[in-house]
Ligand binder design. Structure first.
Ligand code: BES
Ligand code: MN
Ligand code: MN
Length: 460
């Protein structure tokens, strides 16, 4: 019945998603505020059309949160579906083969059936829209087996700063038994997997000031500290020769996995040569003593995300700049906490600054790491749902990315999450030419109703 419904509505399911993707809902840049609001309205309208009740575009101090629900029987279990309609900035635009907000279907080696190229196609509009279409199917075929609530936000890509408050103020409305999220990846289209952990994040900006004004680099150069040189050295010093992070106390709270757990984690298929080939790198880099799956799944990191200062325009300018800046993020693992790590970073950064400069550290957003259970009814329902549609049992994995609100769902709403994502790591999330497989989109739509079915049955 579901397969038939999908095949009859295939073109419409694609064209509606394309309409959503065409709205450039970039949450980080105020220039796009109207578009972000329009995307919220679009999601709300589609939820309503699909049959949701109490649909509301809830205003916040930032971008709105879209809510909708269908309560069929208060004695049935309730699934809260979370996702985000905001997207990352599309720059640098010149690196896109087709414009980021004009969805285009192209075939790739990994996606022989074609993939939708556009910003947000995979992260997370394509994955959110699967849930709205799966809901439409369950409503129109009279097969919705449980209560369902939707909370689709517009600030995930900027740290979900207003969603926490919304959750705290709407505990009754958000009452549920589990949170279902499709905003992560699987190993491959023929190797389904479910993330059972996400890393946390501490994000900050640093400012290094040398002389009180830009100077002639010939007249003063050699005697006065160049803040860019100093900052580069400070950043470089934060990894030792084994690529361990040198901030004192940084690893103190890091949860160590047992050898059995590590062996289990490394059983997931991973092809190092294909990985290097895909990224066109001669070798991987990383903390000594850990595999790539461990480096990205269970170990914390420190990365500079942007660095600037001085003259970067055309030609040359012989300047000894007054200031240098960098954006730095650290991915955290259980049981590190964002406040503690931000504090350790700040202390360390201040302590390694030579007297020739002054430094400031401005914390941005953060989020706590999470591990989700694999012995819960909800995980087992997701596992069975994927097994039904992929013909293979999904492998539990650890995701390297962050969805800060997941830890908060647990803390504030007492809810565990299931991360049933359908993207692939190679779908270029946040990068130019982001794409989402047509196969993945329809596989998601097909799988989600099974999740609800099994979850309702197994909860009895
Ligand atoms: N959907 C991603 C997170 C993700 C992607 C998790 C792939 C696992 C696999 C999410 O939209 C995201 O990009 N999160 C940000 C965090 C945020 C605070 C900006 C991230 O991980 O950088
Ligand atoms: Mn996302
Ligand atoms: Mn993202």
């Amino acid at each position: 019945m579901i397969a038939e419904y999908i095949s009859k509505n295939r073109e419409r399911f694609l064209s509606e998603l394309f309409d959503l993707i065409r709205i450039p809902s970039i949450s980080a840049d105020a220039v796009y505020n109207k578009d972000v609001a329009q995307a919220a309205d679009f999601v709300a309208a589609k939820l309503k059309e699909a049959g949701a009740d109490k649909v509301e575009v809830c205003q916040t101090a930032g971008h709105p949160i879209v809510y909708g629900e269908k309560i069929i029987d208060s004695s049935f279990p309730t699934v809260l579906v979370y996702g985000h309609y905001d997207v990352q900035p599309a720059v640098p635009l010149e690196l896109w083969d087709t414009p980021p907000f004009e969805p285009t279907i192209r075939k790739t080696e990994i996606h022989p059936e074609g993939a939708i190229f556009a910003r947000g196609s995979c992260d997370d509009k394509g994955q959110v829209y699967m849930h709205i279409k799966a809901f439409e199917i369950m409503m129109n075929t009279n097969t919705l087996p449980c209560n369902i609530k939707f909370m689709i936000e517009g600030e995930e890509e900027v740290g979900s700063s207003n969603l926490g408050t919304f959750c705290i103020n709407n505990k009754e409305r958000l009452k549920a038994d589990v949170v279902l999220i499709s905003d992560t990846s699987m190993i491959a289209n023929n190797v389904p997997s479910i993330d059972c952990g996400l890393r946390g994040l501490s994000y900050l900006e640093v400012e290094v000031t040398g002389p009180n004004r830009d100077l002639h680099s010939g007249v003063y150069g050699g005697a006065v500290a160049n803040p860019i040189n100093i900052l580069a050295k400070m950043i470089a010093s934060m990894h030792d020769e084994n690529n361990h992070i040198t901030i004192p106390g940084f690893y103190d709270e890091v949860q160590r996995l047992t050898d059995i757990e590590r062996t289990e984690l490394n059983k997931a298929p991973f092809d190092l040569d294909a990985y290097k080939k895909d990224l066109q790198v001669g070798d991987v880099w990383g903390e000594k003593g850990y595999t790539v799956l461990e480096q990205t799944g269970i170990r914390p990191t420190l990365d500079c995300n942007g660095i600037w200062g001085g003259y970067t325009g055309e030609g040359s300018k012989t300047v000894l700049p007054s200031k240098a800046f960098a954006k730095i993020s650290m991915r955290l693992v259980p049981n590190q906490t964002t406040d503690k790590i931000t504090e350790l970073f700040t202390k360390h950064f201040e302590s390694i600054a030579p007297k020739s400069v002054t430094v400031k550290v401005h914390p941005h957003h953060g989020g706590e790491p999470v591990v989700t259970p694999i012995d819960s009814i909800a995980y087992k329902a997701a596992e069975r749902a994927m097994e039904t549609t992929f013909g293979k049992k999904p492998i539990p994995t650890r995701g390297g990315g962050s969805i800060p609100i997941v830890a908060l769902f647990e803390k504030e709403l007492g809810l565990k999450s299931v991360l049933m994502g359908f993207g692939l790591d190679s779908d270029a999330l946040h990068s130019p030419n982001e794409h989402y497989g047509i196969f993945n989109y329809f596989k998601g739509i097909e799988t989600i109703p099974y999740f609800h079915k099994y979850y309702a049955e197994m909860s009895k």
